[in-house]
Design a protein around this ligand. Structure first.
Ligand code: GLN
Length: 484
């Protein structure tokens, strides 16, 4: 029997096709699996996936729909999952040898919510080990390639999640963003990536990297789809005390309206000076300037402003994030779960397990983190960094008194070649435009805006005040629609 072709498309388009009976969830699944089989040997977005599991879930979805019991209009749509988000019965290695043997006993809250609407969490997507990195080169297992140029990185740490959408394997994926790990790979791969406000989405079931910064968010083909997924995964969760007592968002409608109305008349867009001062490649600079013109044509008003503490953001981030990581990763000791290398006694077992299980970047971060927390250095580094973090947050509060949203580049450059940034500091600097938003806790989105001189995608970042995702998505959708 010849296979029915289901064209790759947005969550909305696929939901409409399922509803109209143009294809079944199983046919959709088979098409996704065919595309993955044809190209993932080159792209390497997945660490693992089980085709039978997807077929089984798709058949169940078809049965529900046939019986008139579809769990939502999105029932049967597969969503890829970054390897640090727990799905019951599946591995959750965080792309680390240390956690390679782990099978999650439970679903992360975001996964439970997707399942309760009938969506199918599928596969384990590659990432930098424990989400530490900007290129996916820190994965212990494989290097994901950028689908637009296989000689270049997809970004990181959610590189597998971005590449999976860009290669049209699946309509959307989940990633996590601690310092830019959703927005930066989205920009490198030409897809949409949303970092919600801190506390908007439950972190229950997300393996913690830096708990005060981590947020789960969607990577999608367009802005309204990001609204759909955010609405499905957001909302209060008694299992995560840092999750805000807010109901799930209803941002999708706003994003749709933004796309339809196409007007941003009177919307004030802040352009923070520090994000445009030097360091941008000509391609990124050109695309960002064009984005500003597009916003002006939509009626938006540009407001030049300043985020004066921006220059400290990278330093503050690499103190706060490594401090939290060193504490969070202390539990991976070979005793409770994961791989163990037996030593002559308990302490030796810890040493051998962690020595063999963690990669170089993870060890570097643990060393940095324990150093900045150690007595004698705590005041000089950690405490000071927390104070500067407050100043960075205040910069944002002041700026949002002068504008409704801000527009910036996502990264100084587009996707770079493998091994091009072998110096860790060089790599850290690629987060320069994304990490302040994690330190402040605000929300932001990366939207494709054009291509550079190498033909690689370039994104722009919209930033918004806390809990202003609906307006953020409306604005981003209007911008996106005007570029089509
Ligand atoms: N690239 C940054 C880092 O290496 C951010 C990672 C992230 O957001 N998870 O820490």
């Amino acid at each position: 029997m010849t296979q029915k072709t289901v064209k790759p498309g947005s969550i909305r388009a696929l939901a409409a096709g399922l509803k109209a009976g143009e294809f079944t969830a199983l046919e959709l699944a088979e098409n996704c699996l065919d595309r993955i089989a044809a190209r993932d040997d080159d792209v390497r977005a997945f660490i693992k996936y089980d085709p039978e599991q997807l077929r089984k879930a798709a058949r169940e979805s078809d049965e529900r729909r046939l019986a008139g019991r579809a769990l939502s209009e999105y029932d049967g749509i597969p969503i890829g999952v970054k390897d640090n988000i727990a799905v019951a019965g599946e591995s959750c290695s965080c792309a680390s040898k240390l956690l390679e043997p782990v099978i999650s006993p439970y679903d992360a809250t975001v996964i439970a919510r997707l399942k309760s609407a009938g969506l199918i969490p599928f596969g384990r997507l590659n990432m930098d080990e424990f989400a530490m990195g900007s290129s996916c080169e820190n994965s212990a297992f494989r290097q994901t390639a950028n689908p637009h140029d296989l000689g270049r990185v997809p970004g990181g740490s959610s590189g597998g999640s971005a590449a999976c959408v860009a290669a049209e394997f699946l309509p959307a994926t989940l990633g996590s963003d601690t310092g830019g790990s959703i927005r930066q790979p989205a920009a490198f791969c030409g897809v949409v990536g949303l970092k919600p406000t801190y506390g908007r989405v439950s972190r229950y079931g997300l393996v913690a990297f830096a708990s005060s910064l981590d947020q789960i968010g969607p990577l999608t083909v367009d802005v309204p789809d990001a609204g759909i997924l955010l609405d499905l995964i957001s909302g209060a969760d008694s299992r995560d005390s840092t999750c805000l007592p807010e109901p799930p968002t209803s941002t999708f409608q706003a994003a749709l309206e933004g796309a339809r109305s196409g007007s941003l008349r009177g919307v004030r867009i802040g352009l923070p000076r520090e994000y445009f001062e030097g360091g941008l490649t000509p391609g990124v600079e050109r695309v960002t300037r064009m984005a500003i013109e597009r916003l002006k044509a939509l009626g938006a008003v540009m407001v030049e402003l300043s985020l004066p503490h921006t220059k400290y953001a990278v330093a503050v981030y690499y103190i706060v994030a490594t401090a939290e990581a060193s504490a969070n990763l202390a539990r991976f000791d070979g005793i409770r779960y994961g791989a163990r290398v037996e030593g002559s006694d308990l302490v030796d077992t810890y040493f051998k397990t962690r020595g063999a299980g963690f990669g170089d970047e993870v060890k570097r971060r643990i060393l940095l983190g324990t150093y900045v927390l150690s007595s004698g250095y705590y005041d000089a580094y950690y405490l000071r960094a927390q104070k500067v973090r407050t100043l960075i947050r205040r910069d944002f509060e002041t700026a949002f008194g002068q504008c409704d949203f801000m527009l910036t580049p996502v990264t100084p450059n587009s996707a770079f070649k493998f091994h091009e940034k072998s110096d860790p500091l060089q790599m850290y600097l690629s987060d320069i435009f994304t990490i302040a938003l994690n330190l402040s806790g605000h929300c932001g989105i990366s939207v494709p805006a054009g291509r550079d001189d190498n033909g690689m995608p370039v994104g722009v970042q919209f930033m918004a005040p806390p809990l202003a995702e609906a307006g953020l998505l409306r604005t981003a959708a209007a911008f996106e629609a005007a570029g089509e």
